[in-house]
Design a protein around this ligand. Sequence first.
Ligand SMILES: Nc1nc2c(c(=O)[nH]1)N[C@H]1C(S)=C(S)[C@@H](COP(=O)(O)OP(=O)(O)OC[C@H]3O[C@@H](n4cnc5c(=O)[nH]c(N)nc54)[C@H](O)[C@@H]3O)O[C@H]1N2
Ligand SMILES: Nc1nc2c(c(=O)[nH]1)N[C@H]1C(S)=C(S)[C@@H](COP(=O)(O)OP(=O)(O)OC[C@H]3O[C@@H](n4cnc5c(=O)[nH]c(N)nc54)[C@H](O)[C@@H]3O)O[C@H]1N2
Ligand code: SF4
Ligand SMILES: [Mo]
Length: 705
Amino acid sequence: MQKIQTDCGLCINCCGIDCYVEDGKLVKVEGTPGHWLNKGQICSKAKFLVEGTYSDNRLQYPMKKVGGRLEKGKFVRISWEQAYKEIGDKLLELREKYGAHTLATWTGSVGVEHFEMAAFNQRFAKAFGSPNFFNPEGICFRTRILARQITFGRYPVEQPREADLIILWGHNPEASYFPIGLDIREKLAAGEQELVVIDVRKIPLASEGLYLQPRPGTDCAIALAMMHTIIYEDLYDHEFVEKWCNGFDKLVEHVKDKTPEWAAKISGVAASDISKVARMYAKTKKAAILEGVGHLNQYQNGLQTERAFNILVAITGKVDRLGGWVTCPQIRLADLRVPVTEKSLGHDEYPIFHQFNKRTPPYGSASMMTEAIITEKPYPIKAFISSGSNPVLAFPDTGRFLDAMRNTELFISIDPYMTETCQLADYVLPACTFIEETGVGGFPYGISHCVPWIMLRKKVIEPLYESKPIWSIWSELGHQIGLGEYFPWKTDEEVAAHLFSTSGVTYEQLVENPEGMMFGEVEYEVFEKIGFATDSKKVELYSAQMEALGAPGLPDHMEPEQSYVANPELAAEYPETLLTGARRQEYIGAQMHEVPGLRAIANEPFALVHPVTAKKYDIMDGELMGIETPRGMIKMKAHVTEDIRPGAIDVPHGWAGANVNVLLDAMVRDKVSSYITMRGNACRLVKLDPVRGLESTTIYKPVIR
Ligand SMILES: Nc1nc2c(c(=O)[nH]1)N[C@H]1C(S)=C(S)[C@@H](COP(=O)(O)OP(=O)(O)OC[C@H]3O[C@@H](n4cnc5c(=O)[nH]c(N)nc54)[C@H](O)[C@@H]3O)O[C@H]1N2
Ligand SMILES: Nc1nc2c(c(=O)[nH]1)N[C@H]1C(S)=C(S)[C@@H](COP(=O)(O)OP(=O)(O)OC[C@H]3O[C@@H](n4cnc5c(=O)[nH]c(N)nc54)[C@H](O)[C@@H]3O)O[C@H]1N2
Ligand code: SF4
Ligand SMILES: [Mo]
């Protein structure tokens, strides 16, 4: 057996793994002993990497649909040559007819941990001449980065290993960030860390510390009341505020009435608990707010909630200080972007997202993507290529996504597996998985540990069947349509070497250091040297630029537009509150649901319902029920539990037979960031007919409405 040390590309954590190969086949996966990140451990997903890799659901060769589009046609096998030729011809024809902007490319969250994927997807679109590249930056995590850039002029991140107090705020790392979950458990066991959990669901870690259970979407109010306590009890960092914060006077006035009692009425959390957390946070020097990656940003007040967290960090002097939020040294990979002059979608409608500090991001607002394809405004987008994503299950508002695909003339999905999105595409192209190619591993931007590191992600086995590395698929398609000059690379190694070429480390060095390399020491109190890269050169508690671009310069509580407080009429019909997408360790998005080992642990989805809510609808634990919004209905079993707030219905995403994205509405958005709201929508439960209600639920059929 040969052992190959690499990193796990199944999710953003990039844990160190040892892969064992026998006769060219992956046979076993273990955590790399003593690895700095995951300490020799791996999560449930990686434990089933062998099964997942050799799954019957792998795409084996390119296919095209004949006899109709979307659900109507049938797939036939074609060669790679035929696929490139036909797709290339169609792309050129569409460009001729509608202009280059008729192409939209989209990559999923895998493009975050698989650098070549997002880089080549983007390069292809732009080389083609289209500004329409979309990715999870437009629905997932960019809001929190942007908010921190607005406040601090840069992106400081948490250092959970260094903190004496952690506030897990809308974040359940034991599900979504396995290595951080390990760290917290270890620290708790050693008595080295205190914990506060602020979450609508009572997650397992909530039993280990002080637990606050807010009404969904009210976290900004809690944060404002914490500011009130910290300021009016004189617990703030005077020196830092005076020297380094802009707009403190305005903030003092702004939070004057935002007492813990005020926030208690909005959030349902006891005022005494709010002030207690505020005091704990302010008085603990090394304390970090560790929030969900996207979770609270995916509410309608997402960007402002993030700004409120930034302000808490700033007024307690916890930025650029050990155990707080610190600025990470950055590793720069080579930039493969090709400039285009045309504006991306959302540029004018969402100026803060697209124009702050005159910086234009190289991706469009994802919420505008389906809308533009459906309405053909500002122009027809007729070609859609998805790679490393399963938008039929993952994109919020499935109905609109499918309407959009109906209005295209070319719809392609590039993926290692026959996903629900592949099933509807005109062409499917088989990509290999991360263990079948050499590429960039580790995480150069530090994620939640502030430890930027890179390594060589090594090819463990040869690509299965006719699958190919994603970079080569984009490159060969590029060569097909005369864009060869943009794609000069011939091998995985050449691509990786090019990407590493700006990092300060060479490909050869990484070959010699199979465990990867870390970069740069975190510099504390760096502001003393360089200040903050904002207009005022200080931390902008109040942001004049935000106000100039049409949003309040200080964050405020805002009800989700479908909450029962904001819209009592809607609540009369849909009185409950929908939460979607809380992670569980066994699955990533819609991936790996076909893996038997994982299904043995978590066979089907359950929606969490409080007993009081369940009683209202006469629904029993384990009973199949309907969950309905104005957008549609899905069926899922109820898990009746006191671990969730009454009235909140927590529904996992990524399940084909019960696709929760059918229930979301792409028009309900954060007006600042353009993010489609994934939580806080109005919903109701439906008691199903005991016989007929059960008949029509099939776990593996996509729910298409
Ligand atoms: N295993 C696994 N890991 C993943 C993923 C996966 O699918 N599976 N996905 C990856 C991706 S794409 C992302 S973006 C991240 C997501 O990572 P996170 O956004 O951190 O998601 P969770 O860890 O599930 O934590 C979110 C928590 O927020 C709580 N919550 C919901 N609404 C509210 C609210 O209004 N207020 C408060 N205070 N809490 C609330 C939920 O109950 C849940 O416990 O995870 C990444 N990691
Ligand atoms: N309702 C609701 N919807 C959500 C969320 C939510 O919380 N609630 N979360 C949202 C968030 S934060 C995100 S980031 C998105 C994620 O959305 P997606 O990224 O679309 O979700 P996944 O199901 O993880 O799809 C990833 C796809 O990449 C494929 N893949 C894996 N490895 C490779 C590879 O090496 N090469 C290629 N080419 N493909 C590969 C997988 O087979 C899979 O089909 O979902 C969003 N959708
Ligand atoms: S958390 Fe699990 S799936 Fe994600 S990188 Fe680590 S071992 Fe792989
Ligand atoms: Mo995400």
